[in-house]
Write a new protein. Structure first.
Length: 280
């Protein structure tokens, strides 16, 4: 199976990159299933039904959220209707949190993909323990028994915490990929037990910025310690950032993992076996 995961979509520029590049990337890579993180899609903060529709229309099968899940009030009700939209799984079980944090999907050819989103604990809002949370989720749809592929998004700040999650899930997930920090890392590889891993997929946004936000006001605030205008997404040409994984149809484990970066300011990186066609 061929899987694609794309990092945090930031504002209008990020949505434009998804709309422009994702359809062709999906077609050229023959992706069976695509996950896109959309927690910053609506003006940099949260998601709305209309911004989610843009991402789904571009080719996403599932949209994940994160610590900005509820920045747009309509998400509280929209997520109950839209089963393809996931918030963190490890919200405290005692709370009546809308939506779901894991979902089993079926591809066009009948393959079953289980997507889990876990919220980190280091330097993040405190939710339930990430390891206990992912264990509960993995028990719902074990790889090879229920799911043909398992994707775990670790929405977290700390690199070490993301690596711990990767090693904890090794051999039980097809892909563990980090999101939230908006900068693509250079460590895409397959762990010892067969799980593909990447610390952060990066963002789909304008990199002439401060992790997707207009740089001027933030630099001014840092230099003067004085208030400036509100943070707003940068609006220049954006890069579609993500990761490609090919899995074994029998074991569900990874055979190949390669980063994807198309458009915008970053150096273009696409799976080597299709580089000539997508780069044209």
């Amino acid at each position: 199976m061929r899987l694609g995961f794309f990092g945090d979509v930031v504002g209008r520029a990020g949505r434009a990159a998804v709309s422009e590049y994702l359809p062709r990337v999906r077609r050229e890579l023959k992706l069976d299933f695509v996950v896109v993180n959309g927690e910053n899609a609506a003006g940099g903060f949260g998601i709305t039904a209309s911004t989610a529709a843009e991402i789904f229309d571009a080719g996403a099968d599932c949209i994940t959220l994160g610590n900005h899940s509820w920045d747009q009030a309509e998400a509280l009700t929209f997520i109950e209707r839209e089963t393809r939209l996931l918030r963190p799984f490890n919200y405290p079980q005692t709370l009546n949190i809308p939506g779901r944090g894991a979902q089993l999907f079926t591809t066009a050819v009948g393959q079953r993909v289980f997507v889990i989103q876990i919220h980190g604990s280091a330097f993040m809002e405190s939710l339930d323990d990430p390891i206990q949370g992912v264990q509960r989720a993995l028990d719902e749809a074990p790889l090879r028994q229920v799911a043909d592929a398992v994707i775990v998004e670790m929405h977290a700040e700390a690199t070490a915490e993301k690596y711990i999650m990767g090693h904890y899930c090794d051999g039980r997930a097809t892909l563990v990929v980090g999101a939230h920090t908006h900068v693509p890392t250079a460590d895409a590889h397959i762990l010892a037990g067969g799980t593909a891993y990447m610390t952060d997929a990066g963002m789909c946004g304008d990199y002439d910025s401060v992790i997707g936000m207009k740089k001027g006001p933030l630099v001014q605030r840092a230099a003067t310690r004085l208030p400036t205008e509100r943070k707003a997404p940068a609006e220049g040409p954006a890069t579609l950032c993500g990761v490609f994984v090919e899995s074994d149809d029998v074991s569900g484990l990874a055979l190949r993992i390669e980063p994807i970066r198309v458009g915008g300011r970053l150096r273009q990186t696409i799976p080597s076996f299709l580089a000539p066609r997508i780069a044209e």
